[in-house]
Design a binder for this molecule. Structure first.
Ligand code: URA
Length: 210
C-alpha cells in the first residue's frame, strides 16, 4: 500500500456509518453496524495482500490456485475501542494472529503511557493491521505504531472508522509509511479532542458505558 489516506467511499459503508453517527442508535444496533462495516473495511485494507499459488485438486482437474502468500497477518487492536473493529476483521481473516496495545493519557504530561502490550512473534515478516475506530488527535495511534515498529513491524496499515484532519496530519508526519484506511475524513476536533461531526465516544457507544 502506498497512498497515505484511503477513504472507503462505498455506498454500504457510508449508509451504515450514517446510522452509527445518529445518537439514537442503540448499543446493540451500533455494535452490529460496526461489525458489518468492519467487514467492508477489512476487504479494502487487504486489497493488495501478496499472493502466490498452490496446487490443488478440484473434483475434476488439478490446478494452480491463488492463495495468500507469507506469514499469517497480525491484527492489532488498540484498546479498548479497537476491539469493536477487531471482531469484524477477524470474521474475514480468521487465521490472523492478534495482538493488543493499551495506552492511557498521562493527565500531567498528556503523553500516551503503555499499560498493556502483547503482540504476535515475527512481526517483521507479517502484514500488520492496527485497528482503532477513531483517529482523533493521533497521539495514541502514533505511539501504538512506534511500539509495533519497535517490535520489528515494517508493513503496517492503520484501519479506522473515522479520521480527523489533525490525526491524519500527525500520522503522516510521524509515520508516512503507514497507510490509513477509513470510512470518512471528518471536519475537525473539538476542544476536548472529539471528532466533529463524529459519532461520540466509540468505546462508550459500542460497550454501552458512559
Ligand atoms: N475517541 C472517540 O471515541 N471519539 C472521538 O470523537 C474521539 C476520540
Amino acid at each position: 500500500m502506498s497512498d497515505h489516506l484511503t477513504i472507503v467511499n462505498h455506498p454500504l459503508v457510508q449508509h451504515k456509518l450514517t446510522l452509527m453517527r445518529e445518537k439514537s442508535t442503540s448499543t446493540a444496533v451500533f455494535r452490529q453496524l460496526l461489525r458489518e462495516i468492519s467487514h467492508l473495511l477489512a476487504y479494502e485494507v487487504t486489497r493488495d495482500l501478496p499472493m502466490t499459488t498452490t496446487n490443488i485438486d478440484t473434483p475434476l482437474v488439478e490446478m494452480d490456485a491463488p492463495t495468500l502468500k507469507g506469514k499469517k497477518l497480525a491484527l492489532i487492536s488498540i484498546l479498548r475501542a479497537g476491539n469493536g473493529l477487531l471482531d469484524g476483521v477477524m470474521d474475514l481473516i480468521p487465521s490472523a494472529r492478534v495482538g493488543f496495545v493499551g495506552l492511557y493519557r498521562d493527565e500531567e504530561t498528556l503523553k500516551p503511557v503503555q499499560y498493556y502490550y502483547k503482540v504476535p512473534g515475527e512481526m517483521g515478516s507479517r502484514v500488520v493491521i492496527a485497528v482503532d475506530p477513531m483517529l482523533a488527535t493521533g497521539n495514541s495511534s502514533a505511539a501504538a505504531i512506534d511500539l509495533l515498529k519497535e517490535s520489528g513491524a515494517t508493513d503496517i496499515r492503520f484501519l479506522c472508522l473515522l479520521a480527523s484532519p489533525e490525526g491524519v496530519a500527525l500520522m503522516k508526519e510521524r509515520h508516512p509509511d503507514v497507510p490509513i484506511i477509513t470510512a470518512a475524513l471528518d471536519e475537525r476536533l473539538n476542544e476536548l479532542g472529539y471528532i466533529l461531526p463524529g459519532l461520540g465516544d466509540a468505546g462508550d457507544r459500542m460497550f454501552g458505558t458512559k
